[in-house]
Design a binder for this molecule. Sequence first.
Ligand SMILES: [Zn+2]
Ligand SMILES: [Zn+2]
Length: 51
Amino acid sequence: MISALCNICGKATKQPHSCTFCGAIVCHDHYNVEMGMCLNCAQRLRHIKKV
Ligand SMILES: [Zn+2]
Ligand SMILES: [Zn+2]
C-alpha cells in the first residue's frame, strides 16, 4: 500500500504508521514515534500516567 488515510486528520499520507495500541492508521504528524502509537493514545496514556 503506497498511501493511506490518517484516522485523525483524514489526509492521505505516503508515510502511514499504525498505532500499536488501537491499531489506527495515522500520518507522520499524528504519530508519536517514541511511544509507537497515535497521538490520541499517546495523549491518553500520558494523561493517565500523569507524566
Ligand atoms: Zn494526520
Ligand atoms: Zn492509537
